[in-house]
Design a protein around this ligand. Sequence first.
Ligand code: FAD
Length: 270
Amino acid sequence: MYAFNYQCPQALAEAVSAFTAADDATWLAGGQTLVPVLKQHLAMPSDLIDLASIAELKGISVAGNRLSIGAMTCHAEVAGSPHVRGHIPALAELAGMIGDPHVRNRGTLGGSIANNDPAADYPAALLALDAVVHTNKRQIAADAFFTDLFETALDEGELILRVDFPLADKAAYEKFANPASRYAVVGVFAACTGNVSRIAVTGAGPCVFRADAMEQALNSSFTAAAIAGITADPEGLNSDMHASAVYRAHLIGVLAGRAINAANARGNGQ
Ligand SMILES: Cc1cc2nc3c(=O)[nH]c(=O)nc-3n(C[C@H](O)[C@H](O)[C@H](O)COP(=O)(O)OP(=O)(O)OC[C@H]3O[C@@H](n4cnc5c(N)ncnc54)[C@H](O)[C@@H]3O)c2cc1C
């Protein structure tokens, strides 16, 4: 490790001021990605602004047809929340599949999506559920938020406050997990509201993406049979020691079918 300034503001305005005043600050959430990065000196910010004490970044609530989750909400809270389990159970299940108990009790929604690891689970949920990311400056639709490998639409210093998830009629998440880290080798989140279907794929490519051909086929019939003839193109997909691009392409079809079946089995009202 190296010497840096640690700051723990108690309010949002104080945090933003501290960030702005520092030479080269970074937000600290649960430290699950950031601390290893600092230990290896892959980044050496002058100041860590810890978000842990800021009440505005915490909590889970439901209003109208939206479920809101604060950026500093850890995965275990999402997995166990009666609001999430009652309104978007697929999201609670996804959170419960992340990493191990330590990671789920330290890692946060905001840290996960700001990091945008290509194998992270939450990006698939945000994209399939057509979520909106609220920051200290603006609102960003999930479709515009995840831009590339470990890249997002966030500006330097922009702070994620919360994510609003519209309540889908039906939704489910299926992942083929790396047996060691539990990150997604491939994960598919399927959601259907009215006659609009959205299928988001994580783990397979450099960045989470929507499966357009599947979505079009599902808009007339949200069934696994509707996508049975659609095969994902391995071109441009990830290929590594865990799985080839061809195998990942195959997994997309398998997991999408399972997610659609699971969403239909759960049914309307979830
Ligand atoms: C062993 C292990 C296994 C894991 N397995 C999985 C898995 O199966 N699936 C999965 O999806 N993830 C997995 N993760 C990732 C984990 O769930 C965390 O979400 C991720 O590491 C981010 O951690 P964090 O929330 O503590 O954020 P930090 O590490 O504190 O921060 C990460 C980045 O986000 C920025 N940031 C944090 N909060 C905000 C904010 N509110 N606004 C703007 N920027 C912000 C920070 O500046 C930093 O750049 C795993 C991690 C580990 C260590």
